[in-house]
Ligand binder design. Structure first.
Ligand SMILES: Nc1ncnc2c1ncn2[C@@H]1O[C@H](COP(=O)(O)OP(=O)(O)OP(=O)(O)O)[C@@H](O)[C@H]1O
Length: 586
């Protein structure tokens, strides 16, 4: 039995023990239901022996009518069972909802920055409903199985004890084999679910941070990581399939083998003075009661049981962390050096015949300079960073970085430049692995700590459990993901850093700290600004306005660029110090 099951078991027992009336009511109605099973085979046997085979058709029909009558009785019993079931499963849902809300509130009070936890909505709606439905299904099926088997065995005994000799051994053997598959099957199902979740989380993270992945030249590493997760899921699926085959064998032994044995043993049974009706009655028990009950219970325990266990683990916070593959090593980048970035009569449009987004741009960003790019939404700021990073190729003119034409990295991180877009890519792994993603050969002693401190990442890393704590990307806010990506960029040896609204999910104070960290870092820095306050920290500002551009210092542009004045939102050109911070640019 798995550790999670053992943790949940006492809670389940406490929950059931607190509801004796509901359990008793269900048991009482179930006894009536098993009476229906008992009569089904018994009535068929007597309809044959005392009726049709004895030439008394009326008696035969009367016995069949008795069997039909018990179906109605079974229906009434079923209704009673459902009432008892409601008294059992509705409190479970209430209990789970209470637990989820209490845990979410507790977490929000302890850590207000994580208060907006959207996963709670899923837990409150989908997952509690799943738990309720799975639990109800399990209780129904397990109860029905026990009472049906009891009804059928008593029926067989009442027809002839010899029938038990034929039916019980294979039934028991099949059940034992089935029970033996339960624990490994649950383990493999959980492993499969975890592998599936890990793959889904990775694919989600890759899809969200695709630009970041391409910008970092991490395609191969990301593909290798994803491939490893796909392989892991395929392996768990194959193991699960083997156990599913064992379970089918158990069903065959418990359900089909007794029928075969009954037919083979028919001559021996008849010699021992059993009647044709007895054999047919036994066959009725086997095919009409035992086989369907076995099939239902095996299916329910296999599917609903595992689902219930996994959902309860989620709701009660007992989920073990998903495994993550170790990233393959990547080449060592050369030492950092501040490059010159040149746009020489650069024109770029998306597709032939499309309006140019960048037109005839002449701009030089000097080595070590800090340039901020501002402009209304859609004026080409991201396009500009894409050109500088080599992700886009100019339609006309050229772009030069350190005298060379930049190109998109394919075989690992580009050691010359790092581009951080709005949507940061954070993957399942440790915090350290995420931070050293652009520095696969490791960082010099103290460098990680220095970068954490510089970008203001320390409190988040502490909260996550330290550098070697496993990271769940889905549990991070967008701002937290951005902070990690900024830490990663700060640690990278690349001498050119391109931040494309990479701080847009941070609050103004956190944004300022992160940007200052990059200003203090040696190298050339290009920042697409999210707030006007970023512009004030720059050496120069590039104002993009369609295909018209203006470049200058803050004071300079306030004087001569009406658009910059507009963007600055009512700043006083004579006294920029009194200007408000936080005005949105894009
Ligand atoms: N892949 C693409 N295919 C076609 N058009 C694109 C593509 N990417 C951007 N564009 C268009 O190019 C123009 C400039 O887009 P870009 O993203 O560079 O602007 P931006 O100034 O960064 O905008 P924002 O501030 O909203 O991020 C927009 O009109 C946009 O619709």
């Amino acid at each position: 039995m798995t550790a999670a099951t053992l943790r949940l078991l006492p809670r389940a027992v406490r929950f059931l023990r607190a509801r004796p009336r509901a359990l008793l009511a269900m048991a009482a109605w179930s006894v009536l239901e098993s009476g229906h099973t008992f009569v089904s085979g018994y009535a068929v046997a007597h309809a044959l022996d005392a009726g049709f085979l004895a030439g008394r058709t009326g008696t035969g029909l009367a016995w069949l009518a008795v069997a039909a009558g018990t179906v109605v009785l079974g229906g009434i019993a079923g209704r009673g069972v459902f009432r008892g079931l409601a008294a059992l499963v509705e409190p479970l849902r209430d209990h789970l909802v209470h637990q989820v809300v209490a845990a979410a509130l507790g977490r929000a009070v302890a850590d207000p920055s994580r208060a907006a936890d959207s996963a709670v909505v899923s837990r409150l709606t989908n997952q509690t409903e799943l738990a309720r439905d799975s639990f109800a299904g399990l209780v129904l099926v397990a109860r029905s199985f026990v009472f049906t088997v009891a009804g059928a065995l008593v029926g067989l005994l009442s027809l002839a004890p010899e029938l038990l000799l034929v039916v019980v051994p294979p039934l028991l053997a099949g059940l034992v084999l089935f029970l033996a598959t339960l624990v490994p099957m649950a383990r493999h199902q959980r492993a499969f679910l975890q592998a599936d979740e890990a793959l889904a989380a990775e694919l989600g993270a890759v899809a969200t941070g695709l630009r970041d992945v391409v910008a970092c030249g991490a395609q191969r590493r990301t593909a290798a990581r994803t491939h490893a997760l796909i392989e892991a899921e395929a392996r768990t699926a194959r193991r699960l399939a083997r156990w599913t085959a064992a379970r089918s064998l158990a069903l065959g032994i418990a359900g089909q083998l007794p029928v075969l044995l009954l037919l083979l043993a028919a001559p021996w049974l008849l010699r021992r003075h059993l009647t044709t009706g007895d054999v047919l009655g036994a066959l009725t028990y086997l095919t009409q009661a035992l086989q369907p009950a076995l099939q239902s219970v095996m299916q329910a325990l296999g599917a609903a049981g595992t689902r219930l266990l996994v959902v309860l683990e989620r709701l009660t916070g007992d989920t073990p962390p998903a495994p993550h593959p170790t990233p393959p090593p990547a080449p060592t980048p050369p030492p950092a050096d501040g490059p010159r970035v040149e746009f020489r009569a650069t024109t770029f449009s998306y597709g032939t015949g499309a309006r140019p987004v960048v037109k005839d741009l002449h701009l030089t960003v000097e080595p070590g300079e800090h340039l901020v790019v501002v402009g209304p939404s859609g004026t080409g700021k991201s396009t500009l960073t894409g050109l500088a990073a080599g992700l886009l190729t100019p339609t006309a003119g050229e772009v030069r970085v350190a005298g060379r034409t930049p190109s998109a990295p394919t075989a690992g991180p580009d050691p010359h430049r790092v581009l951080i877009p709005q949507q940061a890519y954070v993957f399942t792994g440790t915090v350290r692995e995420n931070l050293l993603y652009l520095r696969p050969d490791g960082a010099p002693p103290g460098a990680v700590e220095a970068s954490l401190d510089a970008v203001g990442l320390g409190p988040l890393v502490d909260r996550l459990g330290g550098l070697d704590a496993p990271l769940d990307p889905t549990a991070l806010s967008q701002g937290e993901r951005q902070l990690l990506a900024l830490g990663r960029a700060h640690l990278s040896p690349a001498p050119l850093v391109l931040l494309d609204e990479a701080t847009c999910h941070l609050d103004p104070a956190a944004e300022e700290r992160a940007e200052r960290a990059f200003c203090d870092r040696p190298g050339t820095l290009v920042v697409v600004a999210h707030r006007i306050s970023s512009a004030r920290r720059a050496d120069r500002i590039l104002v993009l306005d369609g295909t018209r551009t203006a470049v200058g210092t803050h004071a300079d542009l306030l004087r001569r660029s009406p658009l910059y004045r507009d963007l600055a939102g009512g700043w006083d050109p004579q006294s920029p110090e009194r200007a408000p911070t936080g005005a949105h640019l894009a």
